[in-house]
Ligand binder design. Structure first.
Ligand code: HPA
Ligand code: ZN
Length: 334
């Protein structure tokens, strides 16, 4: 079996995926036309050509500009359904989708419009492809904690449809501790909690996310590699890291994939997973992330199986759902 086929055959969960980051330029232009929204680029090719980022912020500026074409329930539905179709082709059996309500509510789009469209796509993906999914509301860390608390208030009537919360956007200067009260409230509500930490921010932000926010997984977390005591802790506590290798190279966290620390994190015994983050902007969906990383770092098939197993184990699903996926995975050749 060639590597491409092997990777796509591995049952896997995608745990770090911003649904707004799956907006391909073709759909961006179609929605811009349909909704009468002006874009800063004049063609699909010019848009793709603008995807040369120097850091996280240079990406976020474009990502928020692109998201402005999403207005109606149908837009969110089509966006998420297109993602699920690609995820299915990549062997994803379960996806936990991040969504950024503040990116939309600040433009006058109702919270329920976003959620209704995404949820309808989740239902359709289950019916068409048997993919299970969960929705994770991400708070934008460049906004204030009070703005996060008012977003949580808007989410309250919909909590049955929201599985957890996360923290994303500009990391530097916005430590997890800024959101201590907000995350305490989310935990009291019984929500799962995760946070981006240690992507561009220092290892200390990973420690804050664990100790102050009480997160169950760390999104990215790759800068843990700089701190031996933290590496030892993450391995001991088996905290899952949702690593996004192509994203890290596109946003210049590492100069090349060959210099990525994923292999080092795996060797240190951490529960590493591979994910696509914002695949429409970073050049590949989840299977491509597995394949390119395996080739650049010389990962073995046993290691790729381990990574897929980690993703299933770290997903927020009941055992009854997880067990058949693990059985399928174990039946794969190593
Ligand atoms: N980091 C922080 N915020 C984000 C990202 C990311 O990689 N993608 C979308 N929002
Ligand atoms: Zn992310």
């Amino acid at each position: 079996m060639d590597l491409d086929h092997f990777v796509r055959s591995l049952p896997k969960a995608e745990l770090h995926l911003h649904i707004e980051g799956t907006l391909e330029p073709e759909m961006m232009f179609e929605l811009a036309r349909r909704n009468g929204v002006a874009l800063p680029w004049d063609s699909v090719a010019a848009t793709r050509a603008a995807y040369a980022f120097s850091d996280l912020q240079s990406f976020l500026d474009l990502y928020y500009a692109g998201a402005a074409v999403l207005i109606h329930e149908q837009d969110f539905f089509e966006l998420a359904l297109a993602y699920f179709e690609r995820a299915h082709a990549d062997g994803v059996v379960h996806a936990e989708l991040f969504f950024d309500p503040q990116t939309h509510t600040t433009r006058g789009v109702a919270f329920a419009t976003v959620l209704d469209g995404l949820e309808r796509a989740c239902d359709e993906a289950q019916a068409r492809w048997g993919i299970s999914s969960r929705l994770i509301l991400c708070f934008l860390r460049h906004l204030s904690e009070d703005e996060g608390l008012s977003t949580l208030a808007q989410a309250l009537p919909h909590l049955a449809r929201i599985h957890g919360v996360g923290l994303d956007s500009s990391e530097k200067g916005h430590p997890p501790s800024k959101f201590a009260r907000l995350f305490a409230r989310c935990r009291e509500l019984g929500l799962h909690v995760v946070a981006h930490a240690g992507e561009e921010g220092p290892p200390a932000y990973i420690v804050e996310a664990l100790d102050i926010l009480g997160v169950e997984r760390i999104d990215h977390g790759v800068r843990a590699a700089e701190d031996p005591a933290l590496l030892e802790r993450l391995a001991r506590e088996q905290v899952a890291l949702t690593v996004c290798p192509l994203s890290n190279v596109k946003l210049c966290v590492y100069p090349t994939l060959a210099q990525h620390t994923l292999g080092q994190l795996l060797d240190a015994g951490l529960k590493v997973t591979i994910n696509s983050d914002d695949p429409a902007y970073f050049g590949g969906y989840v299977a491509q992330n597995y394949i390119d990383t395996a080739q650049a770092l010389g990962l073995t098939r046993a290691q790729l199986k381990r990574i897929a197993r980690n993703s299933l184990e770290a997903s927020f699903v009941p055992e009854g759902l997880r067990a058949p996926w693990l059985e399928r995975l174990d039946a794969m050749p190593a």
